[in-house]
Design a protein around this ligand. Sequence first.
Ligand code: CTP
Ligand code: MG
Length: 172
Amino acid sequence: MLSLLLAVIYVLPAYIANGTPVVVLRIAGPGHPLDMGIVMRDGRRLLGDGKTIEGLASGLSAGLAAAFLSHVFLPGVYRGLLECGLIPVGAMAGDILGSFLKRRLGVERGGSAPVLDQLGFLLMALLLAWIPYGPPGWADPPTIILLLLVTALLHVSTNALAYLAGLKERWY
Ligand code: CTP
Ligand code: MG
């Protein structure tokens, strides 16, 4: 239970990076597509309109700020500045890679890709942070599995809440 709490604190900046664009884009308008409208040879967009410069900038800023504050005020969570930075960077990269893969699979913007939508950002964040440092002390297999389950549940429930609050068009 303690290791799960540590795990959630560790990945919190990834959640913040992932959730911020939804709120910011709802307030700030449609934004500028990150892929600049580029269409690939398969006839589909490189990323689609769901990935914007404003979303990336706001998600990265909020995620990096959260990670840095956590690193300063909760020493021991991260093993260095690089590790705390790689969590939100990895989350945004994973989210963008997820959209790239969805377009290649023919899933339209906003369409559902189970597992990829809920966990892609987290898996990429963990992968990037663990390349230089290796897994942290809390990361035994049961805790990692629980963390993935908790993240998927949180993703589905916050999405449903965002839908009810009028932030998102779809409940999933
Ligand atoms: N968003 C953004 N820029 C990002 C990430 C997210 O502008 N880099 C905003 C978009 O308004 C997007 C919303 O956050 O619609 C929800 O994000 P997400 O579910 O990742 O995008 P989808 O619209 O579902 O698009 P995709 O099918 O590509 O995942
Ligand atoms: Mg989506």
